[in-house]
Ligand binder design. Structure first.
Ligand SMILES: [Zn+2]
Length: 108
């Protein structure tokens, strides 16, 4: 997989986070550890298989629905299926080599 990582001063859409993955590009405010980079690359794989725009729509809707459930943006964030998959597997640096497509579907 080609790794396209850009260091930036500020993140679009995500002021409170240190990195974001958009359309297969990783933007980061500081150099990432291998685990942090793996997390973002798991999102890159999720976005690619949902053809990008539907990923962001699904992500946003799910975050909103989970916020209604938990009344807490951070708690809702950690329950988004895409984040659950990324956090569960970010330490496994071989994960993307054997990951099944649409893995987050069975992640709820
Ligand atoms: Zn994430």
């Amino acid at each position: 997989m080609k790794k396209r990582i850009y260091l930036v001063k500020r993140l679009p859409l995500a002021k409170n986070y240190y990195a974001i993955c958009l359309f297969g590009f990783v933007l980061s405010v500081r150099p990432l550890s291998a685990t942090e980079l793996n997390h973002e690359l798991i999102h890159a794989a999720q976005q690619r298989e949902l053809l990008y725009i539907p990923f962001f729509i699904w992500y946003g809707i799910e975050w909103g629905l989970l916020f209604l459930k938990y009344r807490n943006w951070e708690k809702a964030y950690f329950h988004i299926r895409f984040e659950k998959e990324a956090y569960q597997h970010q330490s496994d640096l071989e994960y993307l080599k054997h990951r099944r497509h649409y893995r987050y579907r069975s992640n709820q």
